[in-house]
Write a protein that binds this ligand. Structure first.
Ligand SMILES: Nc1ncnc2c1ncn2[C@@H]1O[C@H](COP(=O)(O)OP(=O)(O)O)[C@@H](O)[C@H]1O
Ligand SMILES: [Mg+2]
Length: 377
């Protein structure tokens, strides 16, 4: 798929902006703080309804403005689709596909898939569990758009359950009939999320192992899902657990944790507390891998995401590379650029063009980003 056009209004530092893309290789060049990442953030938002970095949609709106909009024209399987997001908090954001309102986020995000690779991702292994969950969830959405709705349903139930727990004020003698109802709902949606995450990681791992091997041939990469529901975190086997088993374990664990949850007034187990870890030759990468090894893992993961999406949805996702080339050594830079197929639209931000071989720059469309404006060079 391709993005042919991006139109922003009051988005971040841009008043009104229209960019037409005419190439599968796009480069945004500009000094720091000019708004390069903001452009990738807008495209990424179309595919996840989630910001790359803002915690709150308000941050996306240009200062002193009330709303912002992101519009795009996407070509997928030779069909053009117009997408439009209108953000005007506290109102619910409006989503339109070809001019028609969409209430379900999956009906919107199913029209565009991206893989985003930023300098922040290079810290994925060392970063907070929250970042790793966000990476995982947003990657899954690119393949199963309905996952977005399941995730928000789970989070809504979890928040309601937490409110209920707070009202109990730590009283373990209280009648917990209502808590049982929340737990029932939480385990139903939560086991589904766990199951989808496990299946995704299982498939991703198969590809990532091979990719990692191509860069580091003596290293065996293993991805583990650290579940708060399933005990055997070190086994690859749990990737095969049927959903009924996960549900059963979830219910049992919730029953065991009941008192603790009342006392702490929070949901202490479930996919919102799970994490992902990576091992090289059975040694945990977060603690023991060198910076280079960690970068190889992240690079393998991102390229695998791209390949898995292609395998599942039969078209290439749009690849967004934010400042990341400058952070990689020559060998990994070349590996990355060579691994991207011609059919993959790749949008790269960079301070300059120094990191690119002449061969690569030949068919690239270069835009200069300066003073809140974008100019085709
Ligand atoms: N909501 C906003 N309204 C106006 N300007 C913003 C907003 N959010 C960020 N900016 C501005 O955007 C710029 C940063 O853009 P960014 O895309 O991160 O730059 P780059 O990637 O080119 O370094 C900063 O100058 C910042 O002040
Ligand atoms: Mg940037």
């Amino acid at each position: 798929m391709f993005i042919n056009k991006l139109e922003l209004k009051n988005f971040r530092n841009y008043n009104e902006l229209t960019i037409n893309f005419n190439s599968s290789k796009v480069l945004f060049v500009g000094k720091n703080a000019q708004g390069k990442t903001n452009l990738l953030e807008a495209i990424y938002y179309l595919s996840t309804l989630d910001s790359l970095r803002a915690k709150n949609d308000n941050e996306l709106i240009k200062w002193n403005q009330e709303y912002c909009s992101i519009k795009a024209e996407i070509k997928k399987f030779d069909i053009d689709t117009d997408l439009e997001i209108y953000i005007n908090p506290p109102n619910r954001k409006k989503l339109k596909v070809n001019g028609l309102n969409k209430n379900k986020s999956s009906d919107f995000i199913s029209n565009i898939s991206t893989v985003c690779f930023t300098t922040n991702d290079l810290l994925l292994l060392r970063g907070a569990p929250d970042d790793r969950r966000k990476w995982l969830d947003n990657a899954i959405m690119q393949i199963y758009p309905a996952y977005q709705e399941r995730l928000s349903k789970y989070n809504k139930i979890r928040i309601q359950k937490n409110n209920y727990l707070k009202n109990l004020k730590g009283n373990i003698q209280a009648d917990t009939q209502m808590l049982d109802i929340w737990n029932e709902q939480l385990s139903l949606t939560g086991s589904n999320i766990t199951f989808i995450r496990l299946s995704f990681l299982y498939e991703l791992q198969k590809i990532a192992k091979v990719k990692h091997n191509k860069i580091a041939k003596d290293e065996n990469l293993l991805i583990k899902y650290n579940s708060t529901i399933l005990d055997d975190i070190s086994s690859e086997k749990k990737f095969e657990h049927p959903i009924e088993y996960i549900l059963e374990m979830f219910k049992q664990k919730l029953e065991q944790k009941k008192q603790e949850e009342i006392i702490r007034a929070q949901s202490v187990i479930g996919p919102h507390r799970d994490d992902v870890s990576y091992f090289i030759n059975e040694i945990e990468a977060r603690k023991f891998a060198s910076q280079g090894q960690q970068r190889t893992i992240v690079l393998s993961l991102k390229l695998s995401e791209l390949e898995l999406i292609k395998e599942k949805i039969n078209t290439n996702a749009i690849l967004l590379l934010d400042d990341v080339l400058a952070e990689l050594d020559d060998y990994r830079q070349n590996y990355l650029l060579d691994a991207i197929g011609e059919e993959t639209q790749t949008i790269i931000t960079s301070v300059d063009t120094l990191h690119f071989k002449e061969q690569y720059l030949k068919d690239v469309e270069i835009f200069e980003i300066k003073d809140n404006n974008v100019k085709l060079l």
